[in-house]
Ligand binder design. Structure first.
Ligand SMILES: Cc1ncc(COP(=O)(O)O)c(C=O)c1O
Length: 462
């Protein structure tokens, strides 16, 4: 057997070489990673900062992947994990409960919308989406309504990458072609801004137009064949556009009228990202099923969940045949549950949803100011600490960047040079940890200012 541990004191070059050889980095293209400084190795984190091997510090402007609500380097969470591991690291989740799983479910019942009271723990957002879809189908089946197999999902929305989740994932980021045919019965409909509609000209059509469009699609598809509608209350993938209260109230009413379950995918929105514990609170509605992940543990341990309303949970009462089909070895993992609970206690104790609302508003104002400093900034949007900034070659004429502008390559590099880690191209995601303060927002916006100015200079648009 060969020694696989890094030699003591192994440096960045060694990690880059071995990483390029053996580590399959998710979604990245090897050829891009292998170029210049493309292979970034993050070694530690503290608060809103991440540190690359070799010592460079960056602001984590996307909280990892909208994950790290409480900031990096919380010793309290490491201690909870260590204590739980030494007490009990695993018990068969197909047969037994553990105290951390019960405590976490109990806590979630106090935080989620009032009718959501039962929680099924899994390991990732995709798995939560898969589980919610299966729950919706079996809910109808258990009630003798086995014709309902269709799922409505919105084009432009992101719901994950496992095959079921991919089937409802309408994000243009995902190339679904290699995996087709996917789940039958998925009905794609346009998003809140008309994205995905069979027309390029959606000018003057507000989100209520698209809510009514979905209603018509439901009627056309025959409501009695539809199990569920899945959507993020506020979709990050579709540009952090905040729909109107009427949009969600209308879709809630329509789904209820037709016996269709509403699945709210709050994998990103949940736990304070939008300035409230859950984004559905902005719209005064409650879903039937709620998917959660990411900030549930702030990334200190992998865990996700599906919350079921009382109505849905009751649909699974009965005999063995009515019990929900499935299970996962790592489901309700005691260490992840303990860490998630401690993380939620921090979010509550430090009033992070409130900070997200207040500091997020300040961030929104600062981003909007970048418009007056940079001609290429066309639009800023969002709510709480979930924001996006869009750029165009010429916002006045609507001229987009060309392929030759290589904005998708330039912008991440310019942001790195300005000390910022985020996902960026013609649009920049700005979603820092919920612990961020105003001073840190100023540093973040200064960095964005520098990077956007750099792009203008490089493209001769200054
Ligand atoms: C709204 C939404 N749903 C589901 C997922 C899938 O989560 P995961 O990557 O944990 O599988 C994501 C991931 O970003 C997401 O944004």
């Amino acid at each position: 057997m060969t020694e696989t541990m890094a030699p003591a004191g192994a440096g960045l070059d060694d990690y880059v070489a071995r990483g390029l050889e053996h580590l399959w980095v998710h979604t990245a293209q090897y050829n891009d990673l292998a170029q210049d400084d493309g292979f970034v190795v993050i070694e530690r984190g503290e608060g809103i900062y991440l540190e690359e091997m070799g010592g460079r510090r960056y602001i984590d402007a996307m909280s990892g992947l909208w994950v790290v609500a409480v900031g990096h380097g919380r010793q309290e969470l490491a201690d909870v994990a260590a204590e739980q591991m030494s007490k009990l690291s695993f018990a068969n989740p197909f047969a037994y409960a553990t105290p951390p799983a019960v405590d976490l479910a109990d806590k979630l019942a106090t935080l989620t919308p009032s009718t959501i009271n039962k929680f099924y723990f899994v390991n990732s957002g995709s798995e939560a989406v898969e589980t919610a879809i299966r729950m919706a189908k079996q809910y109808h089946y258990n009630r003798g309504d086995s014709k309902r197999y269709k799922v409505i999902s919105r084009i432009g929305s992101y719901h994950g990458t496992t095959l079921g989740a991919l089937s409802v994932n309408g994000s243009p980021m995902m190339n679904r072609a290699p995996f087709e045919p996917l789940l039958p019965g998925v009905i794609p409909v346009p998003n809140t801004n008309g994205f995905g509609a069979l027309t390029n000209d959606t000018t003057g059509l507000d989100d209520m137009f698209w809510a009514r469009y979905i209603e018509e699609m439901i009627k056309f598809e025959k409501p009695e064949t539809i199990a569920a509608l899945i959507a993020e209350p506020i979709s990050t993938a579709n540009g952090s556009r905040v729909p109107s209260v009427e949009y969600w109230q209308h879709l809630r009413k329509v789904t209820e009228e037709h016996g269709i379950l509403l699945i709210h995918d709050e994998v990103i929105d949940g736990f304070g990202r939008t300035g409230k514990w859950f984004a559905s609170e902005h719209f005064g509605i409650e879903p039937d099923l709620l998917t959660m992940a990411k900030q549930i543990s702030s990334g200190y341990a992998p865990i996700a969940a599906v919350g079921a309303s009382d109505k849905v949970a009751e649909g699974f009462l009965g005999g063995k045949r009515e019990a929900f089909v499935g299970g996962s070895t790592w489901g309700a993992h005691p260490v992840s549950c303990a860490v998630a609970l401690a993380n939620l206690n921090i979010i509550e104790r430090e009033r992070l949803p409130e900070n997200s609302a207040a500091t997020g508003e300040y961030l929104g104002q600062q981003l909007e100011e970048l418009k007056s400093r940079h001609k290429i900034v066309s639009e800023t949007r969002g709510i709480g600490l979930m924001r996006s900034l869009d750029m165009k070659r010429n916002p006045e004429t609507g001229e987009e960047f060309t392929d030759a502008d290589e904005v998708g390559k330039r912008m991440p590099r310019l942001l790195l040079e300005a000390g910022i880690l985020s996902r960026a191209g013609a649009s920049i995601q700005v979603a820092p940890p919920l612990v961020i303060n105003r001073e840190e927002v100023d540093s973040l916006v200064d960095g964005l200012d520098q990077a956007i100015g750099g792009l203008e200079t490089e493209l001769g648009l200054a």
